[in-house]
Design a protein around this ligand. Structure first.
Ligand code: ATP
Length: 240
């Protein structure tokens, strides 16, 4: 049986906007399993990013429970939540969030340094990860010397540095051309094959066919859930 790595139960979220309160998520229930690529889709403002942040323990929900690999997130202080994130999550943001003054290798090493990995070992692991994402020839390049797709791959390598069971990405292909977007998705699919759970917020219909599951949100509610066997790009091409 596939292992559940992340559970959201009865999640509701309300933002305070001055004197007003806006409820943007209503009673969301999701179970996320190891080895799946799950997309959170829906129109702008439907609550996708808020939900991703709650699932990733970056934001505390107004009510409801998030359980990560059997551990409850609710009731923890910020330090304990940060420890939970470090142990269980890798994050990839649309803006990549790379340090401009550090090379690709050094950007990945930062994540390993946070875990207390020594410099030499961190450098070897960072290089191995970058080679894995196809950047073996750009190990010493600075972000400004890389294309958007290459920066995205550095961000993916960095998010995976600690080998977290859950990878979360917010609009990872939005700023990429079709080919780079497909390459990034191939990396996510390969990670899912290695039993990581991959959760992606997206508007991008070009990647829908690569998901195992698509949860559609509208006005903060789950309106539809599609389950589709993931098809790899080469299978799609050969299938015509
Ligand atoms: N920090 C905040 N304070 C107040 N309201 C917020 C905040 N963040 C988001 N919102 C509001 O919550 C709603 C959901 O926003 P969210 O960013 O989660 O949606 P989204 O589906 O990810 O949108 P998009 O696709 O445009 O990024 C929107 O109406 C937004 O204006």
């Amino acid at each position: 049986m596939t292992q559940t790595v992340l559970t959201a139960a009865n999640i509701t979220h309300t933002y305070e906007l001055g004197p007003h309160q806006v409820t943007v998520l209503h009673d969301i229930n999701i179970e996320i399993r190891a080895g799946e690529v799950l997309l959170l889709a829906g129109p702008s403002g439907s609550g996708k990013t808020t939900l991703l942040q709650i699932l990733g323990c970056l934001l505390k929900p107004t009510s409801g429970q998030v359980i990560v690999c059997g551990e409850r997130a609710s009731g923890r202080d910020s330090e304990a939540l940060a420890a939970l994130r470090l142990r269980y999550f890798g994050f990839v943001f649309q803006a990549y969030n790379l340090f401009p003054v550090l090379t690709a290798t050094e950007n990945v090493m930062v994540a390993l340094d946070l875990l207390g990995v020594g410099k030499q070992q961190a450098m070897e692991r960072a290089r191995a990860l970058l080679i894995k994402v196809g950047l073996g020839e750009r190990l010493d390049s600075y972000p400004s010397q890389l294309s958007g797709g290459q920066r995205q791959r550095v961000a993916i390598a960095r998010s995976m540095a600690a080998g977290p069971p859950i990878l979360m990405a917010d609009e990872p292909t939005a700023a990429l051309d079709a080919e780079s977007g497909q390459k990034a998705m191939q990396l996510f699919c390969a990670l899912a094959k290695q039993n990581h759970a991959v959760v992606i917020v997206t508007h991008d219909p070009r990647i829908f066919h690569l998901a195992d599951r698509i949860i559609h949100l509208e006005d903060g509610r789950i309106t539809r859930c599609e389950t589709a066997p993931r098809r790899w790009p080469h299978e799609k091409e050969s299938a015509g």
